[in-house]
Design a protein around this ligand. Structure first.
Ligand SMILES: Cc1cc2nc3c(=O)[nH]c(=O)nc-3n(C[C@H](O)[C@H](O)[C@H](O)COP(=O)(O)O)c2cc1C
Length: 228
């Protein structure tokens, strides 16, 4: 498909048909994804293709609690797990939602549909090979993950070209130790995301995003909006 159409219109897919995806197709997708830019060309990604039914079920189940916590925070109008969030207020929101059980049906339905995806990929970054130029700044780091996520986005775009859809998910980071144990990831491997792929029931192409002017300024952060 046209590059600009793909870049502007590849929305998250969380509903999949029952059609399977063969290994050759997934291999081709990974073969394209590997050309993503990454710090120092260290290619510090590792993909675990989870095929075993018991492993897949465990991965799905591990998603439920973080997703319900995410949902509770969204419902409360806060940005879930923002690095600068008030942790006490955040816990209060999550505890209240847990106590009420509100929204759990919605949460479970979403988890079921998302994890019905025939392809489930656990993506790790190798901390021994990641170039993290902001490592010593003493605040939340941005740079390390930037060597992994372009690879993941390439993967999603390549999947689209194959007629597939999918979604990058990060809820499992909340239960990283269990995921690492599940797939036997060694020390020094950090969970980047779990990617679900399959044949979409519907591929969203009309995405809602803010305008260029809303996030681009000239000369200074508080400078005038950049316009054409
Ligand atoms: C870093 C990152 C983390 C995400 N985590 C999740 C997730 O855990 N679960 C999920 O269903 N979608 C996840 N998404 C998909 C976003 O929710 C989605 O891109 C966003 O809502 C915009 O929807 P659209 O791309 O379909 O327009 C994630 C996307 C990114 C880039």
């Amino acid at each position: 498909m046209e590059l600009l159409d793909a870049l502007r219109g590849t929305g998250a897919v969380r509903d999949f048909t029952a059609e399977s995806v063969d290994r050759a197709t997934l291999w081709r997708i990974l073969d394209v994804a590997r050309f993503a830019p990454n710090g120092g060309n260290r290619q510090a990604w590792h993909v675990t293709v989870v095929e075993d039914p018991a492993q897949r079920a465990a991965l799905r189940d591990l998603y439920v609690e973080p997703w319900s916590e995410y949902f509770a925070q969204v419902m409360a109008g806060v940005t879930p797990w923002s690095p600068l969030a008030d942790r006490v207020a955040e816990e209060g929101i999550i505890d209240a939602a847990r106590a009420s059980g509100q929204g759990m049906e919605t949460v479970r339905a979403r988890v079921e549909s998302t994890f019905a995806a025939p392809v489930q990929l656990v993506v790790h970054g190798d901390l021994h090979r990641l170039v993290a130029t902001d490592r010593d700044l003493g605040h939340y780091t941005m740079v390390a993950g930037a060597s992994i996520y372009p690879f993941v986005w390439n993967l999603l775009l390549a999947a689209r070209e194959e007629g597939l859809g999918g979604v990058l998910t990060t809820m499992h980071a909340r239960v990283e130790a269990q995921v690492n144990e599940l797939v036997g990831a060694p020390e020094g491997l950090s969970l980047a995301c779990v990617v679900l792929l399959g044949h979409p029931v519907h591929q969203p192409t009309r995405l809602r995003r803010e305008s260029v002017e809303s996030f681009t300024t000239v000369d200074r952060f508080d400078g005038p909006a950049f316009t054409a």
